[in-house]
Ligand binder design. Sequence first.
Ligand code: HEC
Length: 122
Amino acid sequence: MNFMRLGAFLLAVVSAPMFVIAQAWGADMFPDKAVKMTYVLNCAECHGRMAEGSTEGPALVNVDFLKESSVERISEIISKGAMGKDKRFAASQMEAEMPGFSEDLSKDDIGALAALVKSWNK
Ligand code: HEC
């Protein structure tokens, strides 16, 4: 096998499963790649890569509280954070707290994330 063929073979072996993983990862949940990146880098560690939730944060998909919340309200939560047991904003009963992102993310980024979260809670 020459190097070109080996290269093509390796590319096929590596890219096929990557494609399947990318599909399974919810291309539809994240129509905008830049916003997805912002979500993955800032939110996924607590809320999960598919917003399915974890021990550190509640799920953000199909949540009654979020269905009733406006994009503005969700922006406020992302900007100021959620206070765990104090339930300043959040509907969940978690003791964990969420930090505010007003210093780490721009208003545009926060607005885009809020619109994304809202799109999961129509
Ligand atoms: C350190 C963990 C952590 C990170 C990082 C985090 N959150 Fe949270 N988030 C939480 C917790 C915990 C709650 C619920 C707090 C409570 O129960 O009072 C929450 C609540 C929320 C809520 C309200 C949902 C509800 O039903 O209560 C939204 C919306 C939200 N987060 C969005 C985001 C977004 C968008 C990001 C990324 C910018 C993010 N969060 C980053 C932990 C986190």
